[in-house]
Write a protein that binds this ligand. Sequence first.
Ligand code: NZQ
Ligand code: ZN
Length: 389
Amino acid sequence: MLNFTFQNPTHIHFGEGQISVLAKEVPLKARVLLVYGGGSIKANGVYQQVIDALSEHTYFEFSGIEPNPTYDTLMKAQDIIKRENIDYILAVGGGSVVDGAKFIAAAALYEGSSEGNDPWDILAKQQAVTKALPIGAVLTLPATGSESNGNSVVTRDGNKLPFSSPLVRPLFAVLDPNVTLSLSDRQISNGVVDAFIHTIEQYLTYSVNGKVQDRFSEGLLQTLIEEGPKALDPATKENLEVRANIMWSATMALNGLIGAGVPQDWSTHMIGHELTGAFGIDHARTLSIVLPAVMKVRKEQKREKLLQYASRVWQITEGDEDTRIDQAIRLTEEFFQQMQVPTRLSDVNLGSKDIDLLIERLEQHGMTALGEKSDITLAISREILTKAL
Ligand code: NZQ
Ligand code: ZN
């Protein structure tokens, strides 16, 4: 196992009716900015629950954070933050709103560097976040793990870039599986697949004998394989236990626990971000296209873990090594198809003519040494994208 330091200080309030804890979790003296997206929280009653809980608080609102939040939209929040002396951000929504809140919180207190004082430098030049407003979150879409991690992804002019800081990790997160009942099948699918691939990125690398991390990961993968399809099946989709298991899996998949002390890949995500930035494809749908190709192209480097994945997650024990690996990759693709997400570039009407642009963008963003051993060069990323055609 590799050395690690682990801490996850986000308080989780899980279950039905937990939005009411906002009354106590958000400090009464805070001047709160309630940030949300395009209005789903008004249609499903979450907004009403939030404002009921904040009835004693002083709060202002900033809405319109779009999926794959943009720098331009997020910077608009800075006016109200200054004007109203906001000192606390409450994010209510999916990963985009929580990620957006993180950038808003960091940008509000960004002091700049010798490079200038544009908060975009936090992403484009990986300038350190040294201060940020405190954040609380009410999660409405289980997928990203953003509610209890320090990561955020922001887009500007088609450039979709990540940043990370412990200072933007939410202090608390409310996870009520009831609020996920209003999600469309597409968003449910996206969430299950995103959480599945977060787990894979921290598991399917090379073995360091991290038995606890491996078995946690295998448990999450099996839970998502079992419960994901139930959340799309009319007979079971309203079942709150199904929703609860998916919601907790998604949080656990990217809260730092399973990735502590083990190598991590993230090449599927970095290539996927270019697909979203260039062509606007939903985050999870880029991942379901890229991952099977990564598994195929990196079969030798990932052989030992692919065999473990085949046997422990898919119970494949018959046949020679290559047959078992190929079968595990095929079952992974079938799971994605069952979750109604694409597994090929052609499924989203992209072809070989589009690969050059993606490679150019990867280069421009410094994504030239990806993977658990930083050995996925641009040439290998091209091979992966070609395999995904
Ligand atoms: O904007 P509203 O009206 O709220 O609608 C949203 C949005 O249109 C809707 N929605 C959310 N909760 C709902 C709901 N509709 C009905 N009922 C509900 N309960 O769903 C749509 C998509 O929401 P979004 O927040 O974009 O989805 P998701 O949670 O999948 O977040 C995706 C973003 O997170 C980033 C992605 O790159 C992408 O930008 N990621 C963040 C990560 C992190 N912070 O650690 C890691 C991930 O790998 C990912 O990169
Ligand atoms: Zn993701």
